[in-house]
Design a protein around this ligand. Structure first.
Ligand code: URA
Ligand code: SF4
Length: 200
């Protein structure tokens, strides 16, 4: 597959980008998912937050972070004093990757090929919005922004300057839900988001 680049129009108009992304065949993920889930939020948001990929609920609804991980993110944002409506929320990969087990669709982590294939959409969103700060939720988002050597456990929670961007990475809310010590993982997420709010 060719990657998303040839599907990305040369524009900083987010509505046009979103519309074009509906027809993306840049990797194989469009074949089984229901729809492209593009980013959403104010076109000049000071903060862009990047997740991994839409999940089952997002694929059905067509909006990012509307499932269980989104509910935890909402709570963490509120605890960090960040207004979700002021944030542009998107994902590193715009289609849901899953395996079927009976009637259930089980999330599969996107591979390097899919992350690289989808990055032109993320780049176009960042070029259009030019945020003051990018927050990467989890390793997939962080690696889409910083490259494959980024290690979330080592590099989380601190401001990093990268390619004209100021960025900060933290754990993914879904990882906080799965963590053996959920309270500790949640507190770490809130602490990193509080750091992000301070950096605006
Ligand atoms: N997890 C993500 O990374 N993104 C979503 O949109 C939903 C769950
Ligand atoms: Fe295109 Fe990204 Fe969907 Fe692949 S995951 S088809 S690159 S929008």
């Amino acid at each position: 597959a060719p990657g998303a680049a040839e599907f990305v129009p040369d524009t900083t108009d987010l509505a046009r980008l979103r519309e074009a992304a509906c027809g993306c065949h840049g990797c194989d993920l469009y074949k089984h998912a229901n729809r492209t889930v593009f980013g959403e939020g104010p076109p000049h948001a000071p903060m862009v937050m990047i997740g991994e990929q839409p999940g089952d609920r997002e694929d059905l609804a067509g909006h990012p972070f509307v499932g269980p991980a989104g509910a935890l993110l909402n709570r963490a944002l509120a605890d960090a004093g960040i207004d979700r409506d002021a944030v542009y929320l998107t994902n590193a990969v715009k289609h849901f990757k899953f395996t079927e087990r009976g009637k259930r669709r089980i999330h599969q982590k996107p591979g390097r090929t899919e992350i690289v294939a989808c990055t032109p959409w993320l780049t176009a969103e960042l070029d259009a919005i030019r945020p003051q700060l990018v927050v990467c939720l989890g390793a997939v988002a962080a690696q889409a922004v910083f490259g494959p050597d980024f290690r979330i456990t080592r590099d989380r929670g601190r401001l990093i300057a990268h390619d004209d961007l100021r960025a900060l990475a933290t754990i993914h809310p879904a990882a906080a839900l799965r963590a053996p010590d959920r309270a500790e993982a949640y507190d770490g997420l809130v602490a990193d988001l509080t750091e992000a709010a301070t950096a605006l």
